[in-house]
Design a protein around this ligand. Sequence first.
Ligand SMILES: NC(=O)c1ccc[n+]([C@@H]2O[C@H](COP(=O)([O-])OP(=O)(O)OC[C@H]3O[C@@H](n4cnc5c(N)ncnc54)[C@H](OP(=O)(O)O)[C@@H]3O)[C@@H](O)[C@H]2O)c1
Length: 308
Amino acid sequence: MSAALALSERTRGRTAPNPNVGCVLVKESRVVGRGWTQPGGRPHAEAMALSQAGEKSRGATCYVTLEPCAHASPRGPACADLLIAAGVARVVIALGDPDPRTNGQGVARLRTAGIHVVEGGAEAPARAAMAGFLTRRAKGRPFVTLKLATSLDGRIALASGESRWITGLEARAHAHLERARHEAILVGRRTAEIDRPKLDVRLPGLESRSPRRLILSSAGDLSRPSDIADLEGVDHLLVEGGAETAAAFLCEGLVDRLLLYRAPILIGAGKAALGDLGLADLASAHGRWRLTDTRMLGSDRLEVYASS
Ligand SMILES: NC(=O)c1ccc[n+]([C@@H]2O[C@H](COP(=O)([O-])OP(=O)(O)OC[C@H]3O[C@@H](n4cnc5c(N)ncnc54)[C@H](OP(=O)(O)O)[C@@H]3O)[C@@H](O)[C@H]2O)c1
């Protein structure tokens, strides 16, 4: 299942409105097929793995990160039917599909056909891998990651507005990889004007994965953070500041994940990472963020937090 989850990451940010699913077919202790949802949402992971395995699918075990779909669409057949037709013996599923067209019906159809189905076991990592799809289903908006690059004293720019560069090459390359995993990227109007950021992916081989660019401005197309719910085809949104924009998303409870790149420099008087959050007391600031990952990127430290 770990291998299937890793495969699902390949098209994170490229499959909306479909989930980025991963699938591995194993027969006699050998991997005979691997699949992941293709850009645009089709073919599905199971279809790709089955076509790779061909006749070797018969009697194989299928590890899949989301319940196989039970609904046929004009773009392809139901994966539950494909698995049955291929003669798969066993299907291990990390997470049920909340889509009402499947939600339990994929499992039921497999079991009716005599396939041994095992559910659960890797639910938490599967939820993390498909957070965009699941957030869109549960909350009707994209999964939002807020990225901040700060000095040790929590500044994002000098008082003059200069902010290039706070972090080093490795941290910036990591931030570009994050961009490649999002359908859209957003900055505030002042950041757009002051920094004129390209907001693209400048990593060799990933240039084509630059996300759609958006600017938050009361006078623009996106005039309120809550408007992100209406962004069609966007299940992952990366917010890259500045301070007022970041605070606006936080105040509305719209940040699911925080990426904090901290450089070993001190700025002193400069621009604080965040505008006013409207906190009534310190107690209400506690318990909101849970550290999920931390690592060094060159001389900078990355900390990843999930909203609790
Ligand atoms: N180190 C880093 O990670 C980093 C990242 C980004 C930026 N920066 C720095 O941050 C500075 C800019 O930050 P900033 O705080 O001054 O400005 P900002 O957040 O980039 O932009 C502020 C503008 O965004 C719009 N906006 C913000 N909240 C809104 C809301 N709730 N509804 C509608 N529109 C909203 C408004 O545009 P309108 O006035 O048009 O309505 C507002 O004037 C620059 O110096 C930049 O270099 C640093």
